[in-house]
Design a protein around this ligand. Structure first.
Ligand code: GLC
Length: 438
């Protein structure tokens, strides 16, 4: 085992609590939804029981309508805002009994995480019950998304909060957030816990954004997390190419797993065909990227973020579209220039005014997105670009440490590592990427 993988495993071990892995030592003290999907995939390589346990712990927080929450509060902590006392989800009819969770979801990576676990362990042959159990839970989540989050039956489930796509502060969401008028007097009092370090003020979301995050949670509480009420009353309903691209990849992996488990997969096939069709008809942009859509104002949001490349992971673009997408990723907009070389893949186009190389999801490189992008490109036979993304990712970690995200500029003098150190999914992605790199 190389030294980097060894260090990655140590980080995962040190962030492991009883049955789940927290995303980082202090900033994120609970179990986070998509983080755990990526972490479980890493465990598949060296501790298959832990991989399944990570997934089962997460699904222990699943709501009665199938919604899988963004955070499961297995432990008490005062290190994070908003904690369970702010979410007040126990007042929602659909929240689970006996376990505290937040009231929104995250990108549905669990279908592909489950298939990845089966493909890389003996669970599929030796512990089929666990896999069947999880398959049903993931199916229930997809059913929730396609029934309660897709009112026009387009196959494009929407997100209701910037924390749902996991790319909280992405410029994709700016225009939607700007339209929300906040009455500061009616906004509940809140105290952020994410601004402790000196750099945080430059890296983390700004107050105007946080006010809107809090406003939306407060609205959902008042609506008792009822999806139909949220659809009617919330100013934030967005069809996001990353969230939907991930969902579609998970559909496909659930279908293939379902077939081997003897499950009926027709419904999933119907949903997934609809998703691909609508993505291409409604969200494809000939620049070589998939856009987002503001369902409230009925406006397309032009996307200059790598979220728009994630449909590659699901095989949504045809080979011609995929070629244009690879061209866009390789262009100076994402790859930098000879004078200003960059690491792939910045979260937001370098030549777009909203690009900020150090601020949360507005430019920095995140390893989970890089892994998904490289997998997507490989599916289209573009191993050269995929390899470059993996090489850049591993180099960033080798040179800086296991940070949450990284400044994409190669010739920048200040350290590239941003956010929290000892970040679990960075470690998890190093385990996956090092395997592929061998
Ligand atoms: C941040 C990230 C989100 C992640 C969470 C825990 O909020 O934006 O994607 O899941 O931290 O790591």
């Amino acid at each position: 085992m190389d030294d980097l993988t060894h260090r990655a495993k140590k980080i995962l071990a040190s962030n492991y609590l009883n049955g789940f892995t927290k995303p980082a030592p202090s900033l994120y003290p609970y179990q986070w939804n998509w983080d755990s999907g990526f972490i479980a995939m890493a465990y598949a390589h060296y501790d298959e029981k832990k991989a399944v346990k990570e997934m089962k712990s997460l699904f222990s927080g699943q709501w009665k309508n199938g919604m899988l929450p963004q955070i499961v509060f297995h432990v008490d902590s005062d290190l994070y805002f908003p904690g369970p006392e702010f979410w007040k989800t126990d007042e929602a009819e659909m929240s689970p009994t006996g376990i505290k969770t937040s009231g929104i979801t995250m990108p549905p990576v669990h279908g592909f995480a489950l298939k990845y676990i089966v493909d890389h362990t003996t669970m599929g042959s030796e512990n089929i019950n666990e896999i069947q159990f999880l398959w049903d839970k993931v199916f229930f989540l997809h059913q929730y998304l396609y029934t309660l989050r897709d009112p026009y039956q387009e196959g494009l489930p929407y997100i209701i909060h910037p924390w749902e796509p996991g790319t909280d502060n992405s410029p994709i969401l700016d225009s939607v957030l700007e339209k929300i008028n906040i009455d500061s007097l009616s906004l509940p009092d809140y105290h952020r816990k994410d601004l402790q370090s000196e750099d945080a003020i430059h890296h983390r979301p700004q107050k105007k954004d946080y006010d809107r995050y809090v406003y939306l949670v407060d609205l959902f509480r008042k609506l008792h997390y009822d999806d139909k009420e949220i659809f009617v009353n919330s100013p934030f309903l967005v069809q996001d190419p990353l969230f939907i691209g991930i969902l579609s990849r998970s559909n496909k992996d659930l279908i293939s797993l379902g077939k081997s488990l003897g499950r009926d997969t027709q419904q999933l096939e119907y949903w997934d065909n609809l998703t691909s069709k609508s993505m291409n008809e409604k969200l494809w942009d000939p620049r070589g990227i998939y856009n987002a859509y503001d369902l409230k104002s009925k406006e397309t949001i032009d996307v200059y973020s790598n979220s728009g490349f994630i449909p590659l992971l699901a095989g949504i673009p045809d080979t011609h579209q995929a070629k244009i997408m690879s061209g866009y990723i390789s262009s100076p907009s994402f790859s930098g220039t000879t004078n200003a070389p960059g690491y792939l893949c910045p979260t937001h186009a370098i030549d777009h005014p909203a690009h900020d190389p150090q601020r949360y999801w507005r430019g920095p490189v995140w390893l989970n997105l890089n892994w998904m992008l490289s997998e997507g490109l490989r599916g289209y036979g573009n191993g050269t670009l995929a390899d470059r993304i993996i090489k850049d990712s591993l180099e960033l970690v080798k040179e800086n440490g296991f940070f949450e995200y990284f400044d994409p500029r190669k010739n920048n003098l200040s350290p590239a590592g941003c956010g929290t150190d000892h970040f679990s999914w960075t470690a998890a992605m190093v385990v996956l990427m090092s395997q592929e790199n061998n």
